[in-house]
Ligand binder design. Structure first.
Ligand code: DGP
Length: 118
């Protein structure tokens, strides 16, 4: 399942380049092209889900995988350990949520402050 003209589906398909952080059959993580923080990567389901607003029970496993993997990837990518360090997780959803790319993605941001944004 892939969204026509979806840039993140194109990254999943290898049609657009990305600096990958993690990949398995269900999910992909890659560096954000416009980082807000010293560490800033995105975690996405490979299947095209437009946003968090479309989630239902069938997505519990893939979303659970993303949320439980995020802490170890954050540490691997250079976030400092909790509680002095930690990270910020953000899922922008829809126009009011300032979502720009209509393929569900979880931002994971961290590293020493100050950050460029956020
Ligand atoms: P959002 O506002 O939550 O939809 O943020 C989308 C993010 O996706 C934004 O921080 C920039 C990032 N982004 C957009 N296009 C690309 C791309 O082609 N490659 C990568 N790596 N990131 C992208």
């Amino acid at each position: 399942m892939s969204g026509e003209n979806c840039i993140f589906c194109k990254i999943v398909a290898g049609q657009l380049p990305a600096k990958k952080v993690y990949e398995d059959d269900d999910i992909l993580a890659f560096h954000d092209i416009n980082p807000w923080a010293p560490v800033h990567f995105l975690m996405i389901p490979k299947a095209h889900i437009p946003s968090m607003a479309q989630l239902d029970e069938s997505h519990q496993a893939v979303m659970g995988k993303i949320m439980t993997l995020a802490p170890s990837l954050a540490l691997e990518q250079g976030c400092r350990p909790y509680p002095e360090g930690g990270f910020r997780v953000m899922v922008n959803t829809g126009e009011d949520g300032r979502q720009e790319v209509p393929h569900l993605h979880v931002h994971v941001m961290g590293g020493p402050r100050p950050w460029a944004k956020g």
